[in-house]
Design a protein around this ligand. Structure first.
Ligand code: 3HC
Length: 342
């Protein structure tokens, strides 16, 4: 009897059996998702499942590479060689995350050029959080602690995403994000325990990054157009509000240990719910940033397009090298065939 994986991959022409109806493919796919199996690139999948994955993975990949900009802004001004080395490694990690994710999208049949074109022309999004400026060195700490912390909270469940290549990419990404979060916490702790001016700088950064970090989880559940279907497909495992609450619950005791205050007078422990209550989020700001009106939207996209244009010669050189390499392999194969004939 065919295994579940073989059933999913089999095509009418390939399995020798009577041609399957579309409903059969759907049934096999649904059964695999229900059984918590991974869907792999060569498996049949509904068009809408594929489109949703491409949308989410592309947005995620774009966030990684645009997210390099706010922190790279501080590489030349890091206060010590140690901090500079850490920050450079972190920014480089984000580029690597982008590469894993664009590769995951490629397994769905969507090339990197197409996705970058959509980013550059504003047809695909990247995370709202990267449209805020990094005004002081403490912002590097706040991004590590809050932004990477929020990213981990959102992304650890994605390691169990039903689509195999995305889930596997997330395992490595989460390990690296965890290091990023800790370096941010350690940086903020050093500032918080430093001079009064350093403490004030850390507090100011947390004041500015707290609310945008909560917005990273996406709109409230009743306004999230994709959540229900993505959760049914086991792409997402938790709703936006569930993950946002989890993040708040993690941050409150950490802020206390840091000696910093989260800028929300409504933050209180709710014994009945077993969670922290928090104040209202300004969703008009979130939607405005998504429309392109955040403090840095224009700057981020302009810089991204410039970097892409300036990197054209690198892509051309890599393509020429690959063509030469492939040509060499073909010539070698030809020679071997010739030698065998002789
Ligand atoms: N920024 C920008 N757009 C957002 C957003 C945000 N913070 N949150 C939601 N949106 C968009 C959605 O993409 C969707 O628009 P679309 O239809 O044009 O794609 C719309 O708002 C409605 O939101 P939904 O809740 O219906 O969308 P999703 O179900 O896709 O949920 C999500 C949004 C939780 C962000 C989900 O896509 C997700 O988990 N994505 C993977 C993680 C990710 O992309 N993270 C980026 C964070 S930054 C990062 O990882 C870099 C690291 O170095 C810090």
């Amino acid at each position: 009897m065919a295994t579940a994986a073989a059933q999913r991959t089999a095509r009418p022409q390939a399995d020798g059996a009577a041609a399957r109806e579309p409903a059969d493919y759907q049934r096999v796919f649904d059964a695999a998702v229900a059984a918590d199996e991974r869907i792999e690139p060569r498996d049949w999948m509904p068009d809408a499942y594929r489109a949703t994955l491409v949308r989410q993975i592309a947005q995620h990949a774009h966030s990684e590479i645009i997210g390099m900009q706010p922190e790279a802004n501080w590489i030349t001004r890091a206060p010590s060689l140690r901090r500079k080395a850490i920050l450079m490694a972190k920014v480089q990690d984000e580029a690597g995350h982008g590469l894993y994710l664009y590769s995951a999208a490629e397994t769905l049949g969507t090339g990197r050029d197409e996705l970058l074109d959509k980013l550059h022309s504003g047809r695909q999004k990247y995370s709202s959080i990267f449209n805020y400026p990094t005004l002081t060195w403490a912002d590097v700490g706040a991004i590590g602690w809050l932004v990477d912390g929020a990213a981990i909270t959102n992304q650890v469940p994605l390691c169990r995403c039903s689509y195999g290549p995305y889930a596997r990419a997330m395992v490595r990404i989460c390990k690296e994000e965890s290091f990023h979060q800790r370096q941010g916490y350690e940086l903020l702790l050093a500032l918080s325990k430093g001079t009064p001016e350093q403490h004030a700088m850390a507090q100011d950064a947390v004041d500015r990054w707290w609310w945008p970090s909560l917005m990273m989880f996406g709109p409230p559940d009743d306004e999230s157009q994709h959540s229900a279907q993505s959760m049914a497909w086991k792409i997402k495992r938790h709703s936006n509000d569930e993950l946002r609450q989890r993040f708040v619950d993690i941050c409150v005791p950490q802020a206390e240990s840091l000696g910093l205050t989260l800028p929300d007078p409504d933050l209180t422990w709710n014994e009945e719910r077993g969670h922290y209550d928090f104040g209202p989020i300004d969703w008009s700001e979130f939607w405005d940033v998504l429309k392109g009106n955040g403090p840095c939207n224009e700057q981020r996209l302009t810089q991204r397009k410039r970097a892409h244009d300036e990197g054209a010669w690198v892509r051309e050189a890599a393509a020429a090298y690959a063509a030469k390499h492939t040509g060499g392999a073909e010539a070698a194969a030809h020679e071997t065939t010739g030698a065998e004939r002789a």
